[in-house]
Every structure is written in structure tokens, then in C-alpha cells.
Design a protein around this ligand. Sequence first.
Ligand SMILES: [Ca+2]
Length: 246
Amino acid sequence: MLSNLLWCCLTSFDRESLMSCSALKGLGCAIALAAASSLISAAPLVSGFDAGAGGWLVDSSQGTQGVTDFAWNPAGGNPGGHLSARDIGDQGGWWFLSPLTWGGDWTGYLGGTIRFDVFSIAGQGTVMNPPVEAVVLVLEDGGRLRARGSAGAALDQWVSVEVPLVAESFNLTNSSYASFDEALGHVVRLVIPGDFVYRQNDVTRLDNVQVRAVPEPGTLSLLMAALLGCAAIRAPRRQCRSRRLR
Ligand SMILES: [Ca+2]
């Protein structure tokens, strides 16, 4: 929508009206919209798994000896398709890995959130909710951003987990980056825990993984002002043209 409006403003120029007040106002409109759009943060990363696994994988502290039966399932998610895998290890844990295409500069998500839904099925139907790190971000220098908060699952029901992408929510470990903000510029992939029940052949389902930026209120205000200004400018332009034709 924003790009269409920008194009609308930019294409309002023609040779006759280039020096007119309407053209200059149109230029101002385009500049205002471009400035506002430049302040909007990164596009969301979303995996709903309704058409496939989307490049997601699983891994464990014991390699292929720790997790098995990784599958994309077309139904039974929250809603629609979802991923699932089963724990087969006696020690350690296992986790879901985002595709590498999710890596890159995440500073546009600063202040936003990581969110996902998990559903745990424990074979023995016993202890649930052991505290595990909610998420881990693998960094380009081999370090990690580890969530300080824990995530848990509940037996046979979907549970939503949300982690704010702020420095207070993460520990920076084994990294050469000086700060959370700097580390966020060098993300390789997102890691989501899958092992919510220790020493059981439990199954965990994953759905609705989202990484979203939260535009600041000031940014939204600027964008709205630019859009309203553009609309107001284009109306009197017709009056200028009609005067020129007389
Ligand atoms: Ca789904």
C-alpha cells in the first residue's frame, strides 16, 4: 500500500507541472512518505507450517540419537499444519532450528517479540513443564543469545510462548559482540526448545513461529501524518491544473 502511494505521488509529475506549486507539494509528499517508510522496522518472519516445513529442522545434544520422527503434518496444528518430533535420548535435550534464511541483521526487530506455540504429548503422561530456555539465537561468531526466561509446555494442549526482543530478556554468551544490540545484527538462526519432558519418549508439536518488530508510536504518527498530508496535497492540485487550462 505504501509503495503504491509513493508511486502515486511520484507519477503526479509531468513537464508542464514540474514548476508548479502542486508538483513541489507532490515532491514534499513523496519525501515525507519515504522518510516515514524508512523508519518502519523489518518485515515479520512467520512460519505457520500450513504448506510444509518451511526449511525448519531438528537437532539434539546427542545428534540423531536424541531426536527422531521429525515430520511436517498437514493438520492438527493451531490451526492447520505443524511440525513434530519425538525425544529418544536419555540425556540432554533437543530443539527445532529455523531455516538459515531467517538469519541476518535482526536489529530491525529490536523491541519486538519472538512468539511460538508448542504442544507436548508425554508417553507416560507424567511430569511436565521443566524450565528450559525459551529460545536461543545462534550468532555469526559462534556465540549465543540465550533467553533468560524459561518456556514450558502443558500436556495435550497448545501453549503460547512469547519472548521480548530486548536486552533484559537475554544473556549474551561466548561471543565477541559487545552488547545485545550489536549481537542482534549478526543472527544465524533461531533455536526453539522441543524437549519439555525429561527421559521420556515425549512428542512436541510446533506451530505459529513469528518474529515481529513493533513500530514505535512516534513512527506510526509520522507515517499517518505523511499519508494524510499526501491526500490533502493531491486535492488542490486539480485546481491548479484547471486554472492553467483556462
Ligand atoms: Ca499451522
